[in-house]
Design a protein around this ligand. Structure first.
Ligand code: SAM
Length: 352
């Protein structure tokens, strides 16, 4: 079993919650809807669409984005069924949706928000997606939206000040080759575990949809908006250490279990794993960009990173850190505005 990571999104529906501040992640699902429809139509065999059809979302958080993710899939399966059989899917197919996340995810908020118009039965599946969480050959389609970027732990040596691999930043900026290699090695191992586990859980011919962010070739993480905002969090934590609010040692040993891979690295990991065929690797353009408003930027970062920062530094230090992030976002406005573009992807894999 992989070690259980502690990092979940801020739960509930309050002003700091992930639920209130994840429209950027949701917009990727909306922008990819037509492509998801076309790819499912072209790659899912009609033979697989039986009376019970199971969909699983891995890393579902507390909603509502997961409802968009699974509805996109159900709509596409129903469209294909109706088009190819002329029969009403509602008469013949029952859908089951399995919502997976870590056991400390806020599943209560998720279940309370289930859309009343849904045409599926639902269940929660607690557990780490780096391991198996479902029975063998039990699902037809799996999806991960903004969840294929985690590592299960901090790469070895990275958080040790005495190691030649020590990372003075809190994430993989892309500017230190040793750190980059350590992160990539850990990420390759973890992503292979994800693919192995999903390959067992999916039926042969089943599909795995991966949506998220990757780096375009030649662009470093800290040249992109997402990298710059992580730099702002790191700088804020260092400021707090200098003011004596938190210990410098704690900052030096803090690294985020996140790696934004390059496009080619993702292809390499999937191809080396060998359990899936890449049916689509699409660049998804969404009309709403990242927010440059410092207040919105700070609060949405807090909803995603507040949990991991609180568990390392305590809730009060976390609150102060994000106040500083907001101030720094004002100062770094032009760096954020001129950030190099990253790529939002939809990868569709068919289980061999
Ligand atoms: C950035 S959020 C994305 C949530 C949602 N898919 C969306 O579209 O907004 C990443 C989610 O992955 C979950 N997660 C991270 N590591 C996980 C793991 N090892 N196993 C299961 N879920 C995990 C987090 O708890 C979080 O809910």
């Amino acid at each position: 079993m992989s070690p259980t990571p502690e990092w979940v999104m801020v739960g509930g529906e309050g002003p700091d919650s992930y639920k209130q501040h994840s429209s950027y992640q949701r917009d990727l699902l909306k922008a990819a809807k037509d492509k998801i429809n076309a790819v499912i139509s072209a790659n899912l065999s009609l033979d697989l669409i039986s009376s019970r059809f199971s969909v699983a979302d891995f890393g579902c958080a507390s909603g509502p984005n997961t409802f968009v993710a699974v509805q996109n899939i159900i709509d596409a399966v129903e469209d294909k069924y109706l088009r190819e059989t002329g029969q009403n899917p509602a008469d013949n197919i029952e859908f089951q949706v399995l919502f997976n996340d870590l056991s400390n995810n806020d599943f209560n908020t998720l279940f309370q928000g289930l859309p009343s118009s849904r045409r599926y039965y639902s269940a929660g599946v607690p557990g780490s997606f780096f391991d198996r969480v479902l029975p063998k050959q039990s699902i037809h389609i799996g999806v991960m939206n903004y969840a294929f970027q985690f590592t299960s732990k901090i790469p070895k040596g990275i958080s040790d000040r005495n190691s030649p691999m020590w990372n003075r930043d809190i994430h993989c900026t892309g500017f230190n080759n040793k750190v980059k290699k350590a992160y990539f090695d850990q990420y390759s191992l973890d992503s292979k575990n994800i693919l192995d586990a999903r390959a067992e859980e999916l039926l042969p011919g089943g599909l795995l949809l991966l949506l998220g962010l990757c780096l375009r070739d030649g662009i470093k993480m800290s040249e992109t908006y997402r990298g710059i905002v992580l730099d702002l969090i790191g700088a804020s934590l260092n400021d707090l250490a200098q003011k004596g609010v938190i210990e410098q040692d704690k900052v030096d040993s803090f690294n985020i279990t996140l790696y934004i891979a390059e496009e080619d690295e993702l292809r390499q990991i999937i191809e080396e794993n060998g359990k899936f065929t890449i049916e689509a690797f699409e660049d998804i353009i969404q009309s709403n960009g990242e927010s440059l408003d410092p207040k919105i930027l700070a609060v949405s970062l807090k909803s995603a990173f507040g949990g991991i920062i609180s568990s390392h530094f305590g809730a009060e230090a976390m609150r102060k850190a994000f106040e500083l992030v907001e101030a720094k976002a004002h100062q770094e406005f032009s760096r954020l505005k001129n950030a190099k573009p990253a790529m939002q992807y939809l990868i569709v894999l068919r289980k061999n």
